[in-house]
Write a protein that binds this ligand. Structure first.
Ligand code: MN
Length: 293
């Protein structure tokens, strides 16, 4: 069975002590199995503090991040690539310290609007850094997830097919694909087919409305994708993601192009999303679900 998770940025836009307490406590209280903790630079995570919160709340966590332009591992500038590799090592260390089994996000490139396509040298740099990260992660049973995002946020991994090819080139079994309905809505011809194409190489699934608001209030058609998740026996993480400037700092809102608010009540949208995702998964009536009943 998959676990149901929620991105901590539903509640917070930094990871100070109060932020950590707010997000972890709220996610656990609503009934989530898992909270996705963003790794912000240079703030990082006070691992001992966050781990103690997670343990006392009985909830699991993983770490995700997006690389900034000055730490783009798909750059052809050696110092830039090395800055990215250093951030990824720190984020991996944090995930391991939080008893986590996941490190993912927009990490194969920076998250930005590129003006040109990826170069072969840049691609080789990116693959080399991710391979080394994966080998380190393997020692702690951490899976690396590469999030395919839309063309305005990366020039390299926009579709499941591209992400799979990149994984093949890395050649490490613990490097897998992270899909997101918001991005799939822009780039995939058929979301369910993208999930089936990944099969057991899909590790993480972000559920996002097309406008980043309440699930079901936009144009994303969920049932075929949940049916596909069931059919491939998905046992990774299904995590809700949404953004609003009611919560998000100006810097983070700018990075995700959040210019108008679709919601303001964090607890309400998170509770609604958990009900929504569980219902869609249950409605898919796959063999896995029937056994669980
Ligand atoms: Mn996402």
């Amino acid at each position: 069975m998959p676990r149901f998770g929620v991105h901590a940025m539903i509640w917070i836009s930094g990871w100070g002590y109060a932020d950590a307490e707010r997000a972890i406590t709220a996610a656990a209280k609503i009934g989530y199995d898992y909270v996705e903790i963003p790794f912000f630079e240079p703030e990082g995570i006070d691992v001992a503090h966050t781990r103690s919160l997670l343990r006392s709340s009985g909830i699991k966590a993983g770490v995700t991040l997006v690389l900034p332009e000055q730490a783009d591992i798909s750059s052809t500038d050696r110092a830039t690539v090395e800055r990215g590799a250093a951030i990824l090592r720190k984020a991996l260390h944090a995930s391991v310290g939080l008893d986590g089994d996941y490190l993912g996000g927009v990490i194969a490139t920076a998250l930005k609007k590129y003006e040109r396509g990826a170069t072969s040298k840049g691609l080789a740099n990116s693959i080399s850094v991710i391979r080394e990260l994966a080998r380190e992660a393997k020692k702690s049973n951490v899976t690396i997830g590469l999030e395919a995002v839309n063309r305005y946020e990366s020039n390299l991994l926009n579709t499941a097919s591209q992400a799979l090819k990149y994984c093949d080139e890395v050649g490490e079994a613990n490097v897998k694909v992270h899909l997101d309905t918001f991005h799939m809505n822009i780039e995939e011809a058929d979301g369910a087919a993208a999930i089936r194409l990944c099969g057991d190489r899909l590790i993480y699934f972000h559920v996002n409305e097309n406008h980043r608001g309440y699930l079901g209030s936009g144009s994303i058609i969920y049932p075929p994708m949940f049916r596909a998740l069931c059919d491939v026996g998905f046992d990774g993480t299904i995590a809700f993601e949404a953004f609003s400037t009611a919560v998000t700092s100006e810097q983070h809102a700018g990075a995700a192009s959040i210019w108008r608010d679709l919601w303001s009540d964090s607890d309400d949208i998170a509770a609604h999303a958990l009900r929504f995702m569980r219902e869609r998964f249950s409605d898919a009536k796959c063999a896995v679900d029937l056994v669980a009943r």
